[in-house]
Design a protein around this ligand. Structure first.
Ligand code: 13P
Ligand code: SF4
Length: 304
């Protein structure tokens, strides 16, 4: 009898589908994915694929981004209720207010936003290119950065001549990481390098040997001659790290680095999505057209 993985692979072929997974997804999902990566790599993949159906294993804003960049494809989000805790429904109104208070400012939005906020933006960014995006903008204009103040501060530190005004918000999972937790991990593993996501707070980032997106962290570990690493991002990256570097040792900086929304996808939901072609994510045309401009600008700045 056909098991669930075989069923998914068969349905995937029948539907001419591609399965994209963020690196925070459960192991069983990353194992069956055609491609796994960070938000930026997934955006590029979604924009370039010739599949007819994109099964997006991640959270809603990522599936929306895929639909904006590939509107002629069917975009499925198997975990229909997987949101991102960095923002809620009040963000759009707050961003409009911020823009009214700074009418000449440029708006940079992290991709971790709803499509309606991308539509208000001059340019988007991800954690892998926030500094490059800010750097590309004129120095004589105020830059509004939403919604992650930690990533905004990280970009500002790389672009000291720019004037970045950050929205007050962040990822509750990364923001919760404390200095004492990283210090305890360093004391337990004194040879280990600390690899950290820029969504962590500035005083915690000060303890890192490398700060970058999830793909950046994975590449750094792969290329580094070091053998031991303390990982300060969501624990899903452990799958790819141990796959790519089986002889190296990885220790989580904290057991609390777990995003429940990223764990809502499972094989049953992926199979059912392929069977029924639901639940779909469709960004309304008017929002999509405006959001496309901000996302395309990011892809142009950060390389296609
Ligand atoms: P990446 O940009 O590294 O994919 O991170 C996305 C995210 O949601 C981090 O919490
Ligand atoms: Fe959102 Fe944080 Fe989860 Fe990333 S880890 S999806 S920023 S809540």
């Amino acid at each position: 009898m056909e098991d669930i993985v075989e069923e998914i692979l068969r349905l995937k072929q029948e539907r001419k589908a591609i399965i994209l997974a963020h690196v925070y997804q459960p192991e069983e999902i990353q194992e069956i994915a055609d491609f796994s990566g960070d938000s930026f790599a997934l955006s590029r993949k979604a924009a370039a694929t010739d599949a007819e159906v994109i099964v997006f294993c991640g959270v809603r804003f990522m599936a929306e981004t895929a639909n904006i960049l590939s509107p002629d494809k069917i975009t499925l989000l198997p975990a229909v209720d997987a949101g991102c805790q960095m923002f809620d429904d009040t963000l759009e109104a707050g961003v409009r207010k911020m823009q009214a208070e700074h009418p000449d400012a440029l708006l940079v939005s992290y991709v971790n936003t709803p499509a309606s906020v991308k539509a208000l933006s001059d340019v988007c960014c991800t954690s892998s290119n926030a500094a490059a995006v800010v750097q590309s903008l004129p120095k004589d204009k105020e830059i509004l950065f939403v919604p992650d103040e930690n990533l905004g501060a990280f970009a500002q530190a790389h672009c000291p001549e720019h004037h970045v005004i950050c929205w007050h918000g962040g990822c509750p999972i990364h923001q919760a990481l404390r200095v004492d937790e990283v210090e305890a991990a360093k004391a337990a593993h004194p040879e280990a390098l600390v690899l950290m996501h820029p969504e962590c707070r500035a005083e915690v980032r000060a303890l890192a040997d490398y700060v970058g997106s999830t793909t950046g962290i994975i590449k750094y570990a792969e290329q580094s001659p070091a053998q031991e690493f303390i990982i300060a991002t969501e624990q899903g990256v452990m799958y790819e790290l141990t796959e790519r570097c089986p002889d190296k040792h990885f220790y989580m900086a904290s057991r609390r680095l777990l995003c429940v929304n990223m764990k809502k996808t499972n094989l049953e939901k992926v199979r059912d999505a392929l069977k029924t072609l639901e639940p779909r994510v469709v960004v309304p045309t008017e929002i999509r057209e405006k959001a496309t401009a901000a996302l395309t600008r990011m892809l142009e700045i950060a390389g296609k």
